[in-house]
Design a binder for this molecule. Structure first.
Ligand SMILES: [Zn+2]
Length: 398
């Protein structure tokens, strides 16, 4: 990374930016940080000392000498299970413990019954986080345990992804499609009553976007990530940062209208929404409507993989619908990369027709150098994004 394409912090050489330069290997010493930031060596030293005292940076061994005393080498502490992450889905949750570089130390997938309601589901998942971070420390449900806030290796925070709209400022869920009993629930307040560390809540598509961007394309400024699973949504990276908009609903394409005849009814009360045409849940409903006995998205994907004619036709139609909406987004926003993740991302007919529609409907200037790809980070992309939310928060607070 050069100084020209360095991450864009509001404040050049701010703690978050210094940390990211070290985390990405762009800097290994105070001298590197001074050169990259343009800050004086004494200012850099001051900031580095603050980060070290917070346990966010450490000095290891010795770097390469340019004559004279060999400089100590800076690193982000790795290996400690110090960030908790929960990526909640309709039927499963991925729960993890990650280190300060955003690397997964431990992770586990648990079955979830979302209809059991927020208290039961989140209570179970918080307990699982506590187990994964290696003890009951400050994450113990009930909040009775004393926080070991500043001790090395203590839990720093928990990031939670919710498969529905989240009001960013409050961490409250607002009118989710398939989460009975969750509307209006204040996830952040509920968790704050049970753990003694910061809890940051966002929607699942934003977490996927952040996780994928930080791991695959941190150098690109403008990116759109589509999450296509049971539901369908997107997360937007603008000028290198997650773009949430005024309330947190930026990127929520689920209820954008697409051309569909007949227009299937949507859970929101309208008809012909993208979610009612192209989500995994929509494919299950449509196939059942055609008399195909399929019970869930796994069954649909199996049929598509087997080349089933009806399922493949529906997947193509879904891909066209996603491509139509995405074409509007690409023409409007001009991203460098569009990546699709979620369980439908491996569905070849859907991807092919999405791509074709995108090229057909976009301005040549918008697609000339546009990368269209799959999210490569796998099942941990959501918890990785959740961890980065926490890490950014901890660094900003430091
Ligand atoms: Zn709708």
């Amino acid at each position: 990374m050069t100084i020209d394409d360095a991450p864009r912090d509001a404040l050049r050489g701010g703690p978050r930016e210094l940390l990211r330069w070290v985390a990405t290997g762009a800097a290994v010493s105070r001298a590197d940080l001074s050169r990259l930031s343009g800050l004086s060596p004494s200012t850099v030293s001051q900031r580095v000392e603050a980060l070290i005292s917070q346990g966010l940076l450490e000095e290891t061994g010795a770097g390469r000498s340019r004559g004279g005393r060999r400089p100590r080498q800076l690193a982000v502490p790795t290996g400690g299970a110090v960030v908790g992450a929960i990526d909640l889905g309709a039927h499963h949750a991925r729960v993890g413990a990650l280190d300060l570089s955003g690397r997964v130390v431990q992770a586990r997938t648990l079955p979830v019954r979302i209809e059991d309601g927020p208290e039961a589901v989140l209570g179970t998942l918080l307990a699982e986080v506590a187990t994964l971070v290696g003890g009951d420390r400050s994450a113990s449900p009930g909040g009775a345990a004393a926080a070991e806030g500043s001790a090395a290796g203590a839990l720093r925070g928990i990031g939670i992804g919710i498969p529905g709209p989240v009001q960013h400022a409050t961490g409250r869920i607002v009118s989710p499609s398939r989460m009975p009993g969750w509307n209006g629930f204040d996830v952040a307040a509920f968790c704050a009553g049970r753990v003694d560390v910061p809890v940051i809540v966002d929607n699942d598509a934003n977490l996927m976007a952040l996780g994928a961007h930080r791991t695959a394309h941190p150098e690109l400024d403008h990116a759109v990530y589509i999450k296509a699973g049971t539901g369908i949504g997107s997360g937007v990276i603008s000028s290198g940062r997650l773009h949430r908009g005024a309330q947190g609903s930026a990127g929520d394409i689920s209820h954008c209208r697409v051309v569909a005849d007949p227009a299937p009814p949507c859970t929101c009360g309208n008809a012909g929404c993208l979610e009612a045409v192209a989500s995994g849940a929509a494919l299950v409903t449509a196939l059942r409507g055609q008399g195909v006995p399929v019970s869930d998205l796994t069954g649909v994907i199996r049929l598509i993989d087997d080349g089933d004619r009806q399922a493949t036709a529906l997947a193509r139609q879904a891909g066209r619908a996603v491509g139509e909406i995405l074409a509007v987004v690409v023409n409007f926003f001009n991203p460098q990369v569009v990546a699709i993740g979620g369980r439908l991302a491996d569905c070849e007919p859907l991807l092919a027709s999405m791509r074709a529609t995108l090229y057909e409907r976009c301005l040549p200037l918008a697609t000339q150098t546009l990368l269209i790809e799959r999210v490569a980070a796998g099942q941990d992309v959501g918890i990785t994004g959740a961890a980065h939310l926490v890490i950014d928060h901890v660094v900003a607070a430091a």
